[in-house]
Design a protein around this ligand. Sequence first.
Ligand SMILES: Nc1ncnc2c1ncn2[C@@H]1O[C@H](COP(=O)(O)OP(=O)(O)OP(=O)(O)O)[C@@H](O)[C@H]1O
Ligand SMILES: [Mg+2]
Length: 392
Amino acid sequence: MRVTHLSLTDFRNYESAELDLAPGPNLFVGSNGQGKTNLVEALGYLSTLASHRTSSDHAMIRAGCDSAIVRARVSNDEQSVLVEVQLNRVGANRAQINRSAIKTRELPRYFASVLFAPEDLALVRGEPSGRRRFMDELLILRTPRMAAVLADYDRVLRQRNSLLKSARAAGARGSLGTLDIWDERLVELGTAIIEARADLVDELAPEVELAYAAIAGKEHAASLAGQLSILSSGAGDGDADSPQELVDRDRLSGEQTAHAFRAALVRVRRAELERGITLAGPHRDDLILTLNDLPARGYASHGESWSFALALKLASAAVLRRESSSGDPVLILDDVFAELDESRRDRLAGAVDGFEQVLITAAVGGDVPIRLAGNSVLIRAGAIVLVGDDDA
Ligand SMILES: Nc1ncnc2c1ncn2[C@@H]1O[C@H](COP(=O)(O)OP(=O)(O)OP(=O)(O)O)[C@@H](O)[C@H]1O
Ligand SMILES: [Mg+2]
């Protein structure tokens, strides 16, 4: 799919903007702080209902205004729809398809994008929670019913944690009467999550390997593997850096997973009662990223970490593209080229060549390979000042 036209009203530093977009690569250039990221953030929001850099929708409403509107015409081979969201400072956000109201949460069904931004470096360097979020967001995009399973698991986890906390507070006299019931629900929902993530890792791993090699060259091997807290010994404090955790484990069946989960809960019971939190389950799992046989976290260089994060995003785009009936997701690359060396820039340009539409931002146009600069747009102070072609 592709976006043919974007309109913004009171979004971030844009009072009002209208922009036609071309198929293939589109380049947004401009000095720092002019509105390049804001533009692509608006499109990212339409496909995920979230910003990649803030958890507050209000930050996206232009200062001093009550609401912001993002409207995009999205086309694929079969149809063209007008997708619109209004962010409100007071009251709920509103969404429309072809000018008719729909439930806001239905919006992502009409537009798919995969956005890579500097914040994604945390996928490689940051805490496990960021990697779990990456997996779960992709799970929901592929299988929307996983949203309910993940939400139910969170709810059961919170209930179970508060039971553990009150048992701890009550000391030896504490009652654990209903813990068994919560354990069974935790195992049931947790097993579904562990299995779905394992399926996803199976699909993503070869794509990550391909994407990394496409950016960095064939001599580099990037791999990923799930790390399950229910299999770690001890109190479930999976230590991502210990080498024995990097050994590939055979894939467990659903029954084996549930069995291992129950066994882990027995193993950690005492520590859980001491600490008042649940110590085993998918909420403590991780995704182990390995580059040329070394863990990426703590070992990879800046450029390598950057390339790995990018490979994860390109791989998720490849997985979505394979399964989508409405064409490729729109690929959004915010500020990626400045961090890569010349040869990686060229390779990346080649790797994104086949995508229906790619949106690229850069503070310095010269950082972007010329083959991606055909349709370039100059952004200055929240305005589209120049739309140029070929001679960019
Ligand atoms: N809600 C808002 N209202 C008004 N202005 C805003 C709002 N949110 C952000 N801005 C302004 O938008 C500008 C940042 O825009 P953006 O992040 O798109 O810059 P950029 O062109 O991507 O720059 P860089 O090259 O540094 O990444 C900042 O000047 C910021 O103050
Ligand atoms: Mg930016």
